[in-house]
Design a protein around this ligand. Structure first.
Ligand code: NAP
Length: 336
């Protein structure tokens, strides 16, 4: 059986997902698209060589009889509205992060989904689907380095646009570490602090870059995450877990090692789309397969909610310069 999918938002990642859902993954086809820019949506349909109807807006797409599942890849502030519309229509929905731009918005989604009585939402946290993070988790869960004590992580981008603000280092960038590190440790955060090192001359005047976020977990693990979004040299994701009797590092993406010009070198990726290319494939294939099996198992709206609560604490910590306590609600049985 082929799952008919409608995609809301045909920008950068929307187009990537349309391509993989149409040409790469098994058991799905894109039958409907929309975007605030309808010309762009029509162009994507044409350029991707698919037969999909262009709907005037997200609500019309959600309501279309042949759309069995919805993928939301529009601008973040629109996510809540479209996810709630999909839940109201009883249709499963894969929503790119953030699930909603406020914790209250995420909570409204969690409540609507629970009132529906069955999981309908998967959030686009793709790192738990990345082969490297899965290997790292297997090492931790297998007790091969003993109990984790510390994590040193880094999230570096070559550069960011003018619209990128200091709090987006949390809400757009760190949000992936917030999700994946809690999953990796099977633990939850209890406090956050943000410190600002010397500012790079490569950042625009309004942006504090780099930043270091210090998180503490319920089990006492201390985490430092460097966010450096004008690092110039590449898109570089680092994660080192220090355990009681060993250290485990996230593997580097594979690349040919070069010996030339009197140098030994490996390429570093520059484009985020390349770094997690396979993880995006695997997360969406899981969404399709889980729907066919009758039960979603990927990152849930609850995961989106607690990431937003943690993100809010980190933004407060940025602004106040203090250590901000994080009180996370108890995970309902509904979310496993
Ligand atoms: P983008 O290139 O700006 O695409 C967003 C698209 O949504 C644009 O075409 C935008 O149109 C459209 N849009 C705005 N308002 C809309 C509305 N009311 N209804 C329908 N479409 C609307 O951004 P992007 O990089 O693809 O990011 C989209 C989302 O995915 C963001 O939430 C982002 O955080 C997330 N994302 C996740 C990852 C990941 O690693 N998981 C990576 C990248 C992005 P205009 O341009 O005309 O406003």
């Amino acid at each position: 059986m082929t799952l008919n999918i409608g995609v809301i938002g045909t920008g950068a990642i929307g187009r990537e997902h349309i391509r993989r859902l149409s040409h790469k993954l098994l058991g799905s086809r894109v039958v409907a698209v929309t975007d605030i820019n309808l010309e762009q949506a029509a162009r994507v349909v044409q350029e991707e060589g698919i037969t999909a109807e262009v709907y005037p807006d997200g609500h019309a797409l959600v309501g279309a009889a042949d759309v069995q599942a919805v993928v939301v890849t529009s601008w973040g502030p629109t996510h809540e509205e479209y996810v709630l519309a999909a839940i109201a229509a009883g249709k499963p929905v894969f929503c790119e992060k953030p699930l909603a731009v406020t914790a209250e918005g995420c909570k409204r989604i969690v409540e609507a989904e629970q009132a529906h009585g069955k999981r309908l939402v998967q959030v686009g946290f793709m790192r738990p689907y990345d082969a490297g993070y899965r290997q790292l988790k297997a090492v931790i869960d297998g007790q091969r380095i003993g109990e984790p004590l510390m994590i040193h992580a880094a999230h570096r981008n070559p550069s960011v646009g003018e619209g990128y603000t200091t709090d987006m280092a949390i809400t757009d960038t760190l949000i992936h570490e917030i999700n994946v590190l809690a999953w990796l440790l099977d633990d939850q955060y209890v406090s956050a602090q943000v410190v600002f090192p010397r500012k790079t001359s490569q950042a625009l005047a309004h942006l504090k870059d780099p930043q270091v976020v210090l998180l503490e977990t319920a089990k006492g693990v201390r985490i430092d995450v460097e966010i450096f979004v004008n690092c110039q040299y590449g898109y570089d994701i680092q994660c080192e877990v220090v355990g009681e009797h060993g250290i485990a590092r996230l593997p580097e993406p594979s690349s040919v090692q070069l010996r030339s010009d009197a140098k030994l070198s490996n390429e570093i990726l520059v484009d985020w789309k390349q770094r997690f290319l396979l993880a995006y494939d695997v997360e969406l294939q899981a969404f399709i397969d889980d729907l066919k099996a009758g039960q979603l198992t990927g990152p849930s709206s609850w995961d989106g909610y607690i990431a937003a609560v943690t993100g809010d604490a980190c933004v407060n910590a940025q602004r106040s310069g203090t250590i901000v306590p994080i009180t996370l609600p108890t995970r309902p049985a509904f979310y496993g």
